[in-house]
Design a binder for this molecule. Structure first.
Ligand code: MG
Length: 150
């Protein structure tokens, strides 16, 4: 068994779609990034790579690669699973956002992550917390993921 941890944060920008965990969340602002900005999937990817001892996502998916511009992070996760060849046991995720309120999307995100990682929903934990105005995520959304692989 090996454990990994991943963290990512992206800034929110008006007028672009918001993706978290591969789920499109209704919002007037989305996460800006070289890919689709899905900070939760990026945290999952880094946790998987970390557990497998394969470095970080910048090694495989550099934000200077024009081929990755606007790419769905679902594809990056699929490629990560191919790279690590890891059997994931479970993941635990925390999203860190002042806005929007994310609690009503836990179920959808959990189901999507379970499908992407070929896990039962009981092996996927999704939760969120607000930084209480302290600005810890700035005007963005930060995400953490811990995962166990075997
Ligand atoms: Mg990222």
């Amino acid at each position: 068994m090996k454990v990994g941890i991943g963290f990512d944060v992206h800034p929110l920008k008006k007028g672009i779609p918001l993706y978290l965990g591969g789920v499109k969340i209704p919002s007037d602002r989305g996460l800006k990034g070289h890919s689709d900005g899905d900070a939760l999937l990026h945290a999952v990817i880094d946790a998987l790579l970390g557990a497998a001892g394969k470095g970080d996502k910048g090694k495989y998916f550099p934000d200077t690669d024009p081929a990755l511009k606007g790419i769905s992070s679902v594809k990056l996760l699929a490629e990560t699973m191919r790279i690590t060849k890891a059997k994931v046991v479970n993941i635990d995720c925390i999203m860190f956002a002042e806005k929007p309120r994310l609690s009503k999307y836990y179920g959808k995100i959990q189901a999507k992550l379970a499908a992407l990682l070929k896990l039962k929903k009981t092996a996927v934990s999704v939760k969120a917390t607000r930084p209480e105005g302290l600005g810890l995520a700035g005007s963005g959304i930060g995400c953490f993921c811990a995962c166990l692989i075997k």
